[in-house]
Write a protein that binds this ligand. Structure first.
Ligand code: CA
Length: 375
């Protein structure tokens, strides 16, 4: 659109908006103020999660979704939230909602990579997009449509459920100064990132959440990643690991999800569907805000406790970046849907990161002064 045309349209829109406001002000009592067309049917749902009961931020976000849905629907939607293991085990949440054993679920889509490799692109991609960028891909590009396409064959409709922001690189009992230090490194690091570490000469070890502390303490593993200062401090990792590394190359903006059984969703009236959209966005915003607030506070606590921060050297990040690309190429070579999703993801990342570099990154690097920076 030419500049003149753009300006003309802008004026028309502005004028139109004023007109709409005037009309709204003039209108008498309309259908909005009566209860006509709004069903008072009640919905009682069971929501299963992949999080331990009341797990900080993640479990809390499911509880908040239930609370806000009840408030926003005037009590028409009642959701009972079950932590992992209370109704079904954590990693059966997807199947439970798919089959209708439960109505809704809360998790992260990389847990379902075994069901569809394309699912993991909606949680975390090593060296991929951060929270702000991935939300943009979801809402204002192809992300949401592709996600719904991937989940449709499992009889599920996914919703945004938050983002962790950039995670920390993890806790290490030896320094990582060069690529050679990755060789033989035994680390608890799940999913695609684990495959990347294996390719770089390390060994990704599968350890359940409750056993990480003892495994690290006893030297069964040399390192572990978890989330960020808030959750890591609660796990006590600073008591048994020497170094806390940044940044979390493997989880630069892990997106969380809620999902609902498709028949349950399709049977909903339009107003409840719209409320679900709005409440999901409220949860999505709350999760990242809560992570940032708590991580800031708990980073201070960790630093006061004498934690030694380290930054991965560029040579190590470069090796991991190359191995990530190779691992991703393997995934998309085997699965057309993954290829479709990753092509969209990558195109968007290429475009948006150039913009971010000029603005967000330049601001962090050159403008924002940090009093008493830790690095
Ligand atoms: Ca993590």
């Amino acid at each position: 659109m030419k500049r003149k045309e753009f300006l003309k349209n802008t004026m028309l829109v502005a004028a139109g908006a004023t007109g709409v406001l005037a009309c709204a002000g003039d209108s008498k009592e309309s259908e909005g103020s009566s209860s006509a067309g709004i069903s008072d049917k009640k919905y009682n749902w069971r929501m299963v999660t992949t999080w331990p009961p009341k797990f900080p931020v993640l479990g809390e976000s499911a509880e908040l979704f239930a609370k806000w849905m009840k408030e926003a629907t005037g009590g028409r939607v009642n959701i009972k939230v079950y932590g992992a293991g209370e109704l079904v085990p954590a990693l059966e949440a997807f199947d439970a909602v798919s089959s209708g054993t439960a109505d809704m679920g809360s998790g992260a889509s990389y847990y379902w990579a075994g069901k569809s490799p394309a699912a993991q692109f909606f949680a975390a991609v090593p060296f991929g997009m951060n929270a702000q960028q991935v939300t943009s891909w979801m809402l204002c590009d192809e992300g949401y449509d592709l996600w719904r396409e991937v989940y449709a064959k499992f009889n599920l409709v996914p919703f945004l459920g938050g983002n962790s922001g950039v995670q920390m690189g993890g806790w290490f009992n030896k320094e990582i100064n060069s690529v050679a230090d990755l060789k033989g490194l035994k680390m608890r690091i799940p999913g695609l990132a684990g495959k990347v570490l294996d390719r770089a000469g390390g060994t990704a070890v599968l350890v359940a959440g409750g056993e990480i502390y003892t495994s690290l303490e006893r030297g069964v593993i040399d390192a572990t990643e978890w989330i960020g200062p808030y959750h890591d401090q609660k796990m006590g990792f600073n008591k048994i690991a020497k170094y806390y590394y940044t940044p979390g190359w493997h989880e630069p903006g892990t997106q969380l999800e809620m999902f609902i059984n498709k028949e349950v969703y399709d049977g909903l009236p339009d107003d409840i569907k719209a409320i679900m959209d709005a409440v999901s966005m409220k949860v999505h915003n709350w999760v990242l805000a809560e992570f940032d607030a708590q991580n800031g506070t708990y980073l201070e606590k960790l630093m006061d406790a004498g934690v030694q921060l380290r930054r991965f050297p560029e040579s190590v990040l470069s090796e991991l970046r190359g191995q990530t690309e190779a691992a991703l190429n393997e995934i998309v070579a085997d699965d057309p849907l993954s290829k479709k999703v990753y092509t969209s993801y990558k195109n968007f990342q290429n475009k948006v990161s150039k913009w971010s570099q000029l603005t967000e990154q330049a601001y962090y690097n050159d403008i924002q002064k940090v009093d008493g920076s830790y690095l």
